[in-house]
Design a protein. Structure first.
Length: 454
């Protein structure tokens, strides 16, 4: 049975949307911020020979850099100011969350509510700067040692190029982080996820064109192209089904007496998503895989003679290799359980149910309820982690066999999940707007009745 909010959301039409001026402002702000982000993906960093870099990039576009380029919306192919994208911020978030689970001081901050959350966010920003400087310096060193057909990628290598590249790429990441926070606060929400979403969607037409070009060149047969597109469609439908799947636990409230009146016990549901962690495990796992392999590739190119093991390591971790997919699957499973433990706390939920008089039928309140919730959550997370691995790894492995750089399972998962979350955010704003309208009309009617009595 649908809730009152779901029933109200089902009755929303374009007339209600036209009246929601605040929501329209949020949507326009979000679109403007995403357009500014897209413009930044075409502005190259100073001191780069664009033709030589493009030739060097195309030689490795089918590897890990191609995957990185997909998430950055083509910024890597242009070596633009947003080439690092928000990956340093995501890596910093992972590290801070891992430390918060092990460090007592950070754990206390986490439990302090809004003030503690702001302090943790500040630590994340500082760590983002450190990681961005490290990655941008590795990229600058690698660019100085890269050539394409005997033409160096960097026009004038040296200290000035290193400094300008580090400042430009680090500043681009911090600007993107700020844009994401502004979208979350003043837009429709999910700012960082929307930035990654915009980059993937922007590259989708090019990826489809390249796929069709492979068919025209007879590199792929027509039935193979049909199978690839069909697989993407099946994965999309499967993701929508799994992301909307819930396990509803019945919550019973006892009878209560107020004055001389006896109120019957009510019942409701505690919805538990099959994939509680959402798209976060895929983003975190991709970010952790991209961080070391990108640095190894660039540093290894500049030190092929002194450190040959770097090239060997990069080859083992490269996109399409068995070790890459194995590590990817392990990281996804880890972050599914880790992030679920952060998002949903069984003991806290059980305490809240006991405070408000709610209980699960057949389960005693308190520790028994917390243990049961943890048991159900663990089983759901096992299914959710298996679903995430299936969706993210299997299509990627199939596309790697065909040597096709197109929207893989991870990209489709991010696009579909972020779309569903954004639609839910817009619906919540519309529901809030309708509730405000109902409250205003009820107040006016109450004032009218009072005036008539006088």
């Amino acid at each position: 049975m649908a809730s009152a909010a779901e029933q109200l959301a089902a009755n929303i039409n374009f007339g209600a949307f036209a009246k929601a001026k605040e929501l329209q402002k949020r949507i326009w702000f979000t679109l403007g911020a995403l357009i500014a982000y897209r413009l930044g993906t075409f502005i190259p960093i100073p001191g780069i020979n664009s033709d030589a870099f493009r030739a060097a990039f195309e030689a490795q576009a089918s590897g890990i850099l191609g995957m990185f380029n997909t998430f950055s919306g083509g910024a890597v192919a242009n070596m633009a100011i947003f080439a690092l994208n928000v990956m340093p911020y995501i890596s910093a978030s992972i590290i801070i969350q891992l430390l918060a689970a092990t460090s007592p001081s950070l754990e206390r901050l986490k439990k302090e509510g809004e003030a503690g959350r702001k302090q943790l966010n500040q630590y994340t920003r500082y760590l983002t700067v450190v990681l961005a400087i490290f990655q941008s310096y590795g990229i600058a060193i690698g660019l100085q040692g890269t050539q394409a057909n005997g033409v160096p990628v960097v026009n004038d290598p040296g200290l000035m190029f290193l400094a300008s590249t580090v400042i430009t790429l680090t500043g681009g990441t911090m600007l993107l982080m700020w844009i994401g926070e502004q979208i979350t606060a003043r837009g429709v929400g999910n700012g960082i996820s929307l930035i990654i979403f915009a980059g993937i969607v922007a590259g989708a037409p090019t990826a489809i064109y390249q796929l069709l070009a492979l068919g025209r060149e007879r590199t792929l047969e027509l039935y193979e192209i049909a199978l690839i597109l069909g697989l993407i469609g099946v994965v999309t439908v499967f993701i929508v089904f799994m992301e909307r799947s819930l396990r509803r636990l019945v919550i019973q409230y006892p009878k209560r007496q107020v004055g001389n009146r006896m109120f019957m016990g009510d019942s409701s549901f505690l919805p538990m998503k099959l994939n509680t962690a959402g798209v976060i495990p895929a983003i975190f796992a991709s970010s952790l895989l991209l961080l070391p392999t990108t640095v190894i590739q660039f540093v290894g190119q500049a030190n092929t003679t002194s450190m040959p093991w770097l090239q060997q390591t990069a080859g083992l971790l490269n996109y399409g290799q068995p070790l890459h997919f194995a590590l990817y699957a392990v990281l996804i499973v880890f972050f599914c359980f880790f992030y679920t433990s952060i998002v949903f706390n069984p003991e806290e939920t059980a305490d809240n149910l006991r405070k408000y008089g709610g209980f699960l039928p057949g389960i005693r309140p308190g520790k028994n309820t917390a243990a049961y919730l943890d048991y159900v959550l663990t089983r759901l997370t096992v299914i959710g982690a298996a679903y995430m691995v299936l969706v993210c790894v299997l299509p990627e492995a199939i596309f790697a066999q065909y040597n096709v750089v197109i929207m893989g399972g991870t990209s489709v998962l991010i696009v579909v999940s972020v779309t569903l979350d954004t639609v839910a955010q817009i619906q919540s704003h519309l529901v809030a707007h309708q509730y405000e309208g109902l409250i205003k009309r009820s107040k006016l009617r109450g004032a009218g009745v009072t005036g008539g009595r006088k």
